[in-house]
Design a protein around this ligand. Structure first.
Ligand code: SF4
Length: 316
C-alpha cells in the first residue's frame, strides 16, 4: 500500500517532515569553515574525490573568513525575512568537519547554538567519525536538547566505483561509522550520486536496500555535476566518461525510491553545482526542472517510495 496516498506525495519529503516534527518553518543555516580533508591533504590521498572542487563541496554558503557566529546571525536574519523561517538547523557543510582539533570542533558547535536552533548537522567522512567527537555532540544534545545529525558521503555501494572516484574509504568504514553513530540517538543522512558513469541500475537498487537495512534517517540524492579543474573534469574533457541521459537518471531515482524504506526522509532528488565552473550539470536544465521530471515519471509509472520494500526479514 502507498503510505503517501493521503498526502499525494510519492516520497517522504524533507520540508513536510520538518514541519511535522518541529511545528513550524525550519531552514538550514549553512556554515562554511576553512579546512581540508584527509582525502585531500595526503593523509588518505592528495587528489580528493575525483568530483570535488576546491571549495570542498561548500560553495553555496557564506565565506569561510566569517566567524561561525557571524555566519549564523547573518543567515538567520536573511532566512527569517526571506522565507519567514522560525527555527533553524546549523549545518556544517564544507570539507570534513570532524577533521580539526577537538577543542576547535567543540567551539564551532557551541557558536552555532541559539534559542531557535533545533538541530546541529555535521558533514563528515565515514572514516573521520571519532568517538571523542561523538561524545562532544552527545554533551551538546543533552545540554541544549537539539537534534544531532551526522551527514556522511557514500555516493555508491559499488566497491570498484568507490575506488574509481577515489573516496579513500570502502563500505566497511561506512558501516562502522553508522553502527557507532546510531546507538547515540543521532540521525544519519547519506549522500548518494545515482548516475556515476561506472554504476548501473543494479548498484542503485542495492544502494537503496543497503541504506534501508542499516536504518539511516535521511538521504540526499545527487545528479552528477562535473567541475572544471577536477580529475573528473579532465576525464570528461578527454571523452573518457559519458553521463547517462536525464531519462536514465530519472529511471534510477524511481528504482531507488521503490526499494527504499518509506520511513527514510528524502532531502533532495538531484544536485546543483557551483556556478561558472561547470562542465556539466543537470543536462542544461534547472534543478527545479529535473525535480519536476522525476515527479512526473513517478506519477506516470505509479512509483512510490517503498513500493518494493519487502526484502528485509525484520518486516516479515
Ligand atoms: S570527502 Fe568531501 S571534501 Fe573530501 S575530497 Fe571528498 S568531497 Fe572533497
Amino acid at each position: 500500500m502507498n503510505v503517501f496516498v493521503e498526502t499525494r506525495d510519492r516520497y517522504r519529503t524533507y520540508s513536510k517532515y520538518l514541519k511535522e516534527k518541529y511545528g513550524g518553518r525550519v531552514h538550514k543555516i549553512s556554515i562554511n569553515l576553512p579546512g581540508t580533508c584527509p582525502n585531500r591533504d595526503g593523509t588518505r590521498s592528495t587528489g580528493g574525490c575525483i568530483y570535488c572542487d576546491e571549495e570542498g563541496s561548500g560553495f553555496n554558503a557564506l565565506p569561510s573568513t566569517m566567524s561561525v557566529r557571524e555566519q549564523v546571525e547573518k543567515s538567520r536574519e536573511y532566512l527569517k525575512k526571506r522565507f519567514k523561517a522560525e527555527k533553524f538547523i546549523s549545518y556544517f557543510q564544507s570539507y570534513t568537519n570532524t577533521y580539526l582539533s577537538l577543542d576547535k570542533f567543540k567551539t564551532n558547535i557551541r557558536d552555532a547554538l541559539g534559542p531557535d536552533i533545533v538541530g546541529i548537522s555535521v558533514s563528515t567522512r565515514p572514516d573521520c567519525v571519532q568517538e571523542e567527537y561523538l561524545d562532544a555532540l552527545g554533551e551538546i544534545k543533552d545540554e541544549w536538547g537539539v537534534d544531532i545529525n551526522v551527514e556522511l558521503g557514500l555516493q555508491t555501494v559499488n566497491y570498484r566505483t568507490l575506488k574509481k572516484i577515489n573516496r579513500g574509504h570502502t563500505l566497511a568504514e561506512f558501516v562502522d561509522a553508522v553502527n557507532r553513530i546510531k546507538p547515540r540517538g543521532f540521525e544519519i543522512c547519506v549522500h548518494m550520486i545515482l548516475n556515476l558513469p561506472w554504476d548501473d541500475i543494479t548498484d542503485v537498487v542495492e544502494g537503496a536496500k543497503f541504506l534501508s537495512a542499516l536504518g539511516v534517517h535521511y538521504v540526499k540524492l545527487h545528479s552528477l555535476y562535473i567541475v572544471e579543474g577536477t580529475p573528473l573534469g579532465e576525464m570528461f574533457k578527454k571523452g573518457e566518461i559519458e553521463v547517462a541521459p536525464l531519462s536514465e537518471y530519472v529511471r534510477r531515482v524511481g528504482a531507488f525510491l521503490e526499494y527504499l524504506d518509506p520511513n527514510i526522509v528524502i532531502q533532495r532528488l538531484a544536485a546543483k553545482g557551483p556556478k561558472g565552473k561547470l562542465l556539466f550539470c543537470n543536462w542544461g536544465l534547472s534543478l527545479w526542472a529535473v525535480k519536476q521530471e522525476i515527479e512526473r515519471y513517478l506519477e506516470e509509472q505509479d512509483i512510490y517510495q517503498g513500493k518494493k520494500f519487502n526484502y528485509l526479514k525484520r518486516n516479515l
